[in-house]
Design a protein around this ligand. Structure first.
Ligand code: APR
Ligand code: ZN
Length: 372
């Protein structure tokens, strides 16, 4: 039988918070039971990687969670994948048997949900080491490595025809935005929508809103460079809060005739969640959060927002169940029903990954795709 061995390959290791990643030779152990080892083909940099790299304390660590690849080997008990399958990795898995996986109302798998401690779900161990020292995972994906090990429940098999260098975006940001618009908010035709933050996540919400026939899509961002790109995803009005002497929610209420039907927080700033809630209308106004805040995790709101019938709703990965739902999203891309390529502003070789970090921190990109 073919027994997988330890692989030595290159990975970009984060040794310290906020310090450039360093290319290292890492050892990647064989996949353990129910795990698969994946040859990463492309990985795109998402804002959440940066947030964790800047603010968390688990090091050394291999970041990266928005990725596509090809199965290299499978662990004991894996029946769903064989060597050569094309996959998307996902930061929140689907075990298909827990209470949440069985419910139509949730995508919060209780077995393979968001992993925060830098280890694998199955044994709290790591599959990477550098010179004998363990290297931690990120979101149980760690795609900034030529090879990685993920739980078979945290990978989704996709069509061999789909271009891996594009669809990696569907493993996090673009899917999260589309899902927030379609599954979480369920935007109806003719609606007025406001989106706070016009990065990939916010613009994917805009695309989802446009495809649902929203009549007005207001984009709020402090970076005016985002406007041109935003137009191509359906944003009709651009507001820069720095250009107004009054609170931006007042401007939004005015131009939307009393408040929007839907507000989306796509920045990762809890203060903006409050602003988003103040911007939606009484009665049925719905605010959806997508951002992941780095600081000040508490949300403040006057209870009158709720007395007047507003709703605040959280979301993770746009409500999609990754295994059940992502293949159809990939097919929508293949049928040109959704735009993905337009989010890719840069393509970079693996060794230039630190450039992608700089571009994103300076607000100069939407998605940088890293080619391994
Ligand atoms: N007001 C308005 N816009 C802001 C503000 C602010 N105070 N602060 C930042 N922005 C804008 C930025 O200019 C940028 O265009 O928010 C946008 C965020 O986009 P990206 O940094 O590209 O992030 P993205 O990958 O889209 O993720 C957005 O969702 O998944 C989470 O962790 C992620 O919290 C992050 C959010
Ligand atoms: Zn589950």
């Amino acid at each position: 039988i073919d027994q997988p061995n330890v692989i030595t390959c290159k990975a970009m290791v984060a040794w310290e918070a906020g310090k450039d990643l360093v290319m290292e030779e890492v050892e990647v152990s064989p996949p353990q039971p129910l795990e698969i080892r994946v040859k990463v083909i492309c990985t795109s940099l998402c804002r959440t990687d940066i947030t964790a790299w800047e603010s968390q304390a688990i090091f050394p660590r291999i970041f990266g969670h928005e990725a596509s690849g090809i199965v290299e080997s499978v662990g004991e008990g894996v029946t769903e994948f064989v060597k050569g399958d094309h996959v998307l990795t996902v930061f929140t898995g689907e075990c298909k048997t827990c209470k949440h996986c069985e419910s139509k109302k949730s995508n919060m798998c209780q077995v393979l949900g968001l992993e925060r401690r830098g280890v694998m779900h199955s044994d709290q161990g790591t599959r990477f080491s550098v010179k004998g020292k363990p290297v931690y995972h990120y979101c149980a994906v760690s795609s900034f490595s030529e090879y990685t090990v993920v739980h078979s429940g945290c990978a989704v098999k996709v069509s061999q025809q789909a271009p891996l260098e594009k669809i990696c975006l569907l493993s996090c940001g673009v899917a999260a935005g589309l899902g927030a618009a379609w599954n979480v908010a369920d935007i109806s035709k003719g609606s007025i929508v406001v989106i706070f933050g016009l990065g990939t996540v916010g613009l994917a919400v805009a695309q989802g809103a446009k495809l649902r026939g929203a009549s007005q899509i207001i984009g709020v961002d402090i970076n005016p460079e985002k406007y041109e790109k935003a137009k191509c995803f359906g944003v009709t009005d651009f507001l820069n809060p720095n250009e107004y002497n009054e609170p931006i929610q007042q401007v939004i209420k005015r131009i939307s005739g009393g408040g929007t039907d839907y507000s989306f927080e796509c920045i990762g700033n809890t203060g903006m969640v409050t602003t988003a809630l103040q911007s939606c209308c009484d009665g049925w106004g719905l605010t959806v959060t997508l951002g992941v805040p780095k600081t000040n995790p508490e949300i403040a709101s006057h209870y009158s927002a709720f007395l007047s019938g507003k709703t605040l709703k959280g979301s993770l990965f746009g409500g999609w169940k990754p295994k059940s739902d992502l293949p159809s999203l990939v097919n929508k891309y293949m049928n040109r029903e959704i735009q993905v390529d337009e989010f890719i502003t840069h393509n970079l070789p693996f060794e230039d990954i630190n450039k992608a970090f700089t571009l994103m921190r300076e607000g100069k990109c939407l998605r940088c795709v890293i080619h391994m």
